[in-house]
Design a protein around this ligand. Structure first.
Ligand SMILES: *Cc1c(COP(=O)(O)O)cnc(C)c1O
Length: 380
């Protein structure tokens, strides 16, 4: 039934062996720079590669500052802390996301509120966001956005650029600005993706990237906080490095901080990967183009970049007709040694978040039944 898809993918990757969903590729200076950290003994929390990696990221994303962290989840956690999310806060986000988004909200002891996604972007829907806020919130005398049902402050909004496809981030920022809600952009999947010519992650007050092994480039494990706000950047550096007060020999910490710094060893890998970021993006886009052409001749729909967006096509995805077809497709491809997987179970259906407040989630539910990720490793 889906043998044509299996044949096409095996031909693309020139293999009949097991095919993982997304493998990292190292064809640049990775070994050289990693060896350099070992030779210099600077493998840990001090070293030139961390600074260099931060500078490269800020320049690439078009933000003034970038602060490296141990992974994308820690970057999100600190990003939320930077805009003041605490136990009295609520945070708007999409139910269709990777668990890290909601874990980070929970680490702040805040509660998520789930807002639907748009079918054309797979990301947070500005129209659903506006409708939810109009019906369920008011602005108090301090200018804060209050949830009518809980009387808590809706402090932040975390839109996510699903699989690298940019959501309608300018409209989301505009709505949040009008409600005094801070946008923390989860751009973990969208390094190299642009919306209306501007890099994702640079629209919100704070943006976050991930360099986990399955992302478009990797540091093994790593993350980045980007912002144009100098005070926030300084604070991000401070609390991700145990809140140590700079001093030549005394050890003093002025608040409870985190050991979330990126090591020099990981940053060395990142610098080498960033040197080839344009190649990674070009190759991912070429791969997506091949899929697009192929699936046009089938009754499976390949998901393409939304209007006004240039996507990194980090993770390719298709739409099956319904849940039954989705399950048949998943079984057939995985049985044939090609790893495919369904999109995430919606966050509001997980045990931890089943009591969270939600708007209408019909688009997310529709997508959950139909979206499947297919082989996305770069073909060199
Ligand atoms: C990968 C990812 C993260 C961060 O993950 P880490 O593994 O902690 O680097 C956060 N949000 C989304 C949507 C992601 O895909």
């Amino acid at each position: 039934m889906y043998q044509n898809v299996v044949d096409f993918i095996q031909e693309l990757y020139q293999t009949k062996e097991f095919l993982p969903l997304h493998e990292p590729q190292f064809f640049g200076n990775e070994k050289k720079y990693v060896n350099d950290t070992i030779d210099s003994t600077f493998v840990s929390s001090v070293g030139k590669y961390v600074d260099q990696f931060e500078q490269m990221l800020a320049e690439f994303a078009g933000t003034k500052y970038a602060v490296a962290t141990s992974n994308g989840t820690s970057a999100l956690h600190v990003g939320l802390r930077l805009v003041g999310v605490d136990e009295n806060s609520e945070v708007l986000t999409q139910p269709l996301t990777f668990i890290a988004t909601c874990n980070a909200i929970s680490y702040c002891n805040a509660k998520p509120i789930f807002i639907d996604v748009d079918k054309d972007t797979l990301g947070l829907s500005p129209s659903k966001l506006e409708a939810f806020l109009q019906e369920n919130s008011f602005i108090n005398d301090n200018g804060e956005c209050v949830n009518k049902m809980t009387n808590k402050i809706i402090k932040a909004c975390v839109p996510m650029h699903t699989f690298g496809h940019p959501c309608k981030i300018d409209e989301i920022v505009d709505i949040c600005d009008r409600h005094n809600i801070c946008v923390v952009e989860d751009a973990a999947e969208s390094l190299g993706s642009y919306y209306k010519g501007k890099h994702t992650g640079s629209f919100g007050k704070v943006g976050v990237f991930s360099f986990n092994g399955n992302k478009i480039i990797t540091t093994g494990g790593g993350g980045m906080i980007v912002t144009d706000n100098e005070a926030l950047a300084k604070r991000a550096k401070h609390i991700t490095t145990t809140a140590k007060v700079p001093h030549p020999y005394e050890y003093i910490h002025d608040e409870i901080g985190y050991n979330y710094r990126l090591t020099n060893l990981n940053a060395a890998l990142g610098v080498a990967q960033m040197e080839n970021i344009d190649i990674f993006i070009q190759k991912q886009r070429e791969l997506a183009q091949k899929y697009k052409t192929f699936f046009e001749k089938t009754d499976i729909q390949f998901i393409t970049e939304p209007k006004y967006a240039k996507s990194n096509y980090w993770l390719n995805a298709v739409l099956l007709k319904n849940r039954k077809e989705r399950d048949r497709f998943l079984k057939y491809t995985n049985d044939s040694g090609i790893m495919t997987r369904s999109i995430w179970r919606l966050m509001n259906k997980l045990e931890m978040f089943k009591d969270a407040q939600s708007g209408d989630l019909s688009n997310a539910e529709w997508l959950e039944d139909r979206v499947v990720n297919i082989s996305s490793s770069v073909v060199l």
